[in-house]
Design a protein around this ligand. Structure first.
Ligand code: PEP
Length: 248
């Protein structure tokens, strides 16, 4: 059974005020069919824990160190995140691959650290516009997935969440065609498990979420811009709740 999951990636946005507003908006209702997680910047995680600890809303970080501890100024370890009872950590987002030089090897190490600390990694993969134009989507995505999946045990793999985020769709308002995205998800599923939750990310919003979630291999969404607006995020959750958990 793959329970639908909606994850808010705030990136370097938001504030304590927005966190309170999100808390108010999300806790105004109860949830049954959909898992929800908020990933604000690190600095807001203690307050996120205070606000959401006894709720149905999960939370997590947007990155984690590939090291266990030591002289790594500015980095945050998986064990530290688990001390704040984080559930998830986003790993390998294209912005980190692009701006922070994260390689597949580093990303695989981060996933391992996260799993060792009891966190669920949300591994982001996806091709850029040029790679898409060159017909390389399949090869790029599969090599990104395999570089992590191949080093995991089946037990670890059962916990992994994967987000397919075509880079050209992130923050551009140009979401992928849901049918095309579903085909990529199908490939990812073949390289992972039937039970792996595979999220779509890239300009998902209240207008298009239904069509994405209606695809058989799309199990949820990683949401950037639209998840910074509590009323839009709640709308997306409501739409998702109206569709059913996929059972396989
Ligand atoms: C993201 O950055 O993970 C993302 C999907 O952003 P947006 O929804 O704004 O495209």
């Amino acid at each position: 059974m793959r329970k639908t999951l909606l994850v808010a990636n705030w990136k370097m946005n938001g504030s304590l005020d927005l966190l309170s507003q999100m808390h108010e908006a999300l806790l105004a209702k109860s949830y049954s069919g959909v898992g929800i997680a908020i990933c604000p910047p690190f600095i807001f995680l203690p307050q996120t824990q205070n606000l959401f600890k006894d709720s149905q809303i999960a939370y997590g970080a947007q990155d984690v160190s590939d090291q266990d501890n030591g002289a790594y100024t500015g980095q945050i370890s998986a064990k530290m995140l688990s001390q704040l009872a984080c559930d998830y950590v986003i790993i390998g987002h294209s912005e980190r691959r692009q701006y922070c030089g994260e390689t597949d090897k580093i990303i695989a190490a981060k996933c391992q650290r996260a799993l060792d600390a009891g966190l669920v990694p949300i591994l982001c993969v996806g091709e850029n516009a040029t790679q898409k134009q060159n017909g390389e989507t399949e090869a790029i995505v599969l090599s990104q997935v395999r570089s992590v999946v191949d080093s995991l045990t089946t037990e670890q793999l059962e916990k992994l969440v994967i987000a397919y985020e075509p880079i050209w769709a992130i923050g551009t308002g140009l979401a992928a065609n849901p049918l095309d995205a579903n085909k990529v998800h199908e490939l990812i599923r073949k390289a992972s498990l039937q039970t792996t939750r595979i999220l779509y990310g890239g300009s998902a919003n209240a207008e298009n979420i239904r069509e994405f979630l209606m695809q058989p291999n799309i199990d949820g969404a990683l949401i950037g811009g639209a998840a910074l607006k509590p009323e839009v995020f709640v709308q997306m959750i409501n739409i998702s709740e109206a569709l059913c958990t996929k059972v396989y």
